[in-house]
Design a protein around this ligand. Sequence first.
Ligand SMILES: NC(=O)c1ccc[n+]([C@@H]2O[C@H](COP(=O)([O-])OP(=O)(O)OC[C@H]3O[C@@H](n4cnc5c(N)ncnc54)[C@H](OP(=O)(O)O)[C@@H]3O)[C@@H](O)[C@H]2O)c1
Ligand SMILES: [Zn+2]
Ligand SMILES: [Zn+2]
Length: 337
Amino acid sequence: MTIAHGFAAHKASGKWESFDFELPPLGSSDVEIAVESCGICHSDMSMLDNAWGFTQYPFVGGHEVIGRVAATGDAVPGLMIGDLVGLGWYCRSCMHCDQCIGGNHNLCFAVQGTITHQAGGFADRVRCHWGWATKIPNGLDPSKCGPLLCGGVTVFNPLLQNNILPTAKVAVIGIGGLGHMAIMFAKAWGCEVTAISRSRSKESEARELGAHHYIASGETGALESVASKFDLIINTTDAPLPWDAYMATLAPKGKLHTVGAAAKVEAAVFPMITGQKSLSSSPLGSIATTRIMLEFAARHQINPVTEVYPMTEINDAFEKLRNGSPRYRLVLSRSLL
Ligand SMILES: NC(=O)c1ccc[n+]([C@@H]2O[C@H](COP(=O)([O-])OP(=O)(O)OC[C@H]3O[C@@H](n4cnc5c(N)ncnc54)[C@H](OP(=O)(O)O)[C@@H]3O)[C@@H](O)[C@H]2O)c1
Ligand SMILES: [Zn+2]
Ligand SMILES: [Zn+2]
């Protein structure tokens, strides 16, 4: 029997408390990861708050894990005890449906989440199917790269899925955890990048991350100044936005791609018809896309900008995410304990 030591919330929006829990017997295709660090995604806060209505308590969050393989089931290929791996939002998929066989494991109907179907990475141990434990390539800083496993692949995937060319003009709405990585990925992809934030407060940092242009969406005439410009907008906010105004900033054939978990997207259809524009969305990325993303990040030195807290200070970190303005991804470290 393996006992994991972590942090759990016992009610919606509750405080994280020290929590020991028993892990089930290790499945033959599973690996156990000794957690070194874990990023905090906005989705962890949405789950903590039961904002999506399916959180089960006690709830152990955490799905931007970096750690070392500590145990392997007897049918695990390619991973050895001690390997440095990352684990994101998904921890298991069936591996035999059309989507899995087609390389779209993130679209598997039986896909399971690291914090929705089991206890997550705010603990010393976390489990997953071997396929979802991705080796961390040389060249990435393990203390910083955890956020690539959820936030990073979520904003990288739209560049691949939409066949974005390096000549494209890409806008990123919301310069938070996902948004700051989206700027870096789109810049490294070769695109002209516009950061769109609510105010001017993040302008110099966004430009340092690689944004060529910066729009403060709260200023009068801000969106009108970029009419018909973008080939792709990656929206990373979960807020109700002026969707028609954003649709008007798309060039013909442009796409408004929402990865932020907004409750609803509403846009007038006629401008979409006449400009052949589209609305789209996507979950994380497949196993293959995660590997490609990590290699791309290592090659281009895309390191998330992080603020690191010891895992024991998890409540302070969540307070910062809720009421502060993290720059740009909070990471809980076990090595600082
Ligand atoms: N599709 C997926 O697979 C997937 C994966 C991971 C996360 N998500 C979702 O993606 C979203 C972003 O996650 P995150 O971790 O990047 O969150 P985050 O770090 O909190 O950043 C969100 C950003 O949205 C902007 N924002 C916040 N409130 C806003 C408002 N009322 N109106 C307009 N903009 C607002 C802010 O940017 P500015 O200050 O620059 O305006 C903020 O920094 C969440 O909804 C999360 O659940 C989806
Ligand atoms: Zn996430
Ligand atoms: Zn499947």
